[in-house]
Write a protein that binds this ligand. Structure first.
Ligand SMILES: [Zn+2]
Length: 269
């Protein structure tokens, strides 16, 4: 046998072993993508707010994502399904995904939720309590810097049973706000639950957390909390090994070409 042929066979065998080991590893250590979006607008509207571009996905791009998920058999999870999977109580198909939105922008209710309903998909929105209470918005005007009001949120609760509303804090979405005593942080968790919605799922403002914050969540019976970055290392799929109070997500906020998103979802990490 020629030397080249031998080398080729060895290389092929190595690739095969790596592939099989990879599949075994993924089966034993399942992961699930939790994707994080923020704002959504038409391309024209997005252009008017250049400072916000990293936080806005265009409506067309978002619909492409949903179409891809639908056509490729992805299951869009509720937080309860995700939590039960994470606790090892249930298994879920590899093609499972938890879709999340941060901050509670009005654009979500105008563009994203109707699309999610159209494709019969679940998603979770982490809203900021005081932003909801301070908003007077009743309908979309093209201003991406607006948030859902109480009135809009009530309509969302009625019209979109596929959309879960969870906490992104009541009043901690500002710099340094989590540098407080456990008691004050607990009061914030309670305030969200009494004035916005009862929930046991949390997403840290700016993805930032500390020991006091985690203790406050645990004492207030919050069962899991999601982070956001801050570095590329934390933009990854969630595994059962992750701490329930430090669950990583993938960042899709700025929009992503659908082939890139498809590839990212197929990767096991
Ligand atoms: Zn936020």
């Amino acid at each position: 046998m020629k030397v080249e042929k031998k080398i080729l066979i060895i290389v092929l065998v190595i690739i095969l072993i790596a592939l099989v080991s990879g599949i075994i590893y993924v089966k034993r250590n399942p992961t699930i993508a939790v994707v994080c979006y923020h704002n959504i607008a038409t391309a024209e509207e997005k252009e008017k707010f250049p400072d916000e571009k990293d936080w806005i996905i265009t409506v067309d791009n978002f619909e492409e994502h949903l179409k891809y998920l639908k056509n490729h058999g992805y299951k869009t999870l509720t937080t309860e399904e995700f939590y039960n999977w994470k606790q090892g109580k249930i298994d879920l198909p590899y093609k499972s995904i938890l879709i999340t939105f941060d901050d509670g922008f009005l654009s979500n209710a105008h563009y994203a939720f109707p699309l999610l309903k159209k494709y019969n998909m679940n998603a979770t929105v982490f809203v900021i309590g005081e932003f909801i209470d301070n908003s007077k918005e009743t309908g979309w005007t093209g201003n991406v810097k607006t948030y859902m009001s109480k009135e809009v949120l009530e309509k969302v609760k009625e019209e979109y049973p596929n959309i879960e509303i969870c906490s992104h804090s009541y009043g901690l979405h500002k710099d340094g706000a989590i540098e407080q005593s456990v008691e004050i942080l607990k009061d914030d968790v309670k305030k969200f639950n009494t004035s916005i919605k009862e929930t046991d799922v949390y997403c840290y403002p700016f993805g930032k957390f500390n020991d006091n914050m985690i203790q406050a969540l645990k004492e207030e019976k919050i069962k899991m909390a999601f982070i956001y970055g801050p570095t590329k290392k934390e933009y990854r799929k969630a595994s059962r090994e992750d701490d329930n109070y430090i669950i990583p997500r993938l960042n899709t906020s700025h929009g992503m070409e659908v082939w890139k998103m498809a590839l990212r979802l197929l990767l096991p990490f």
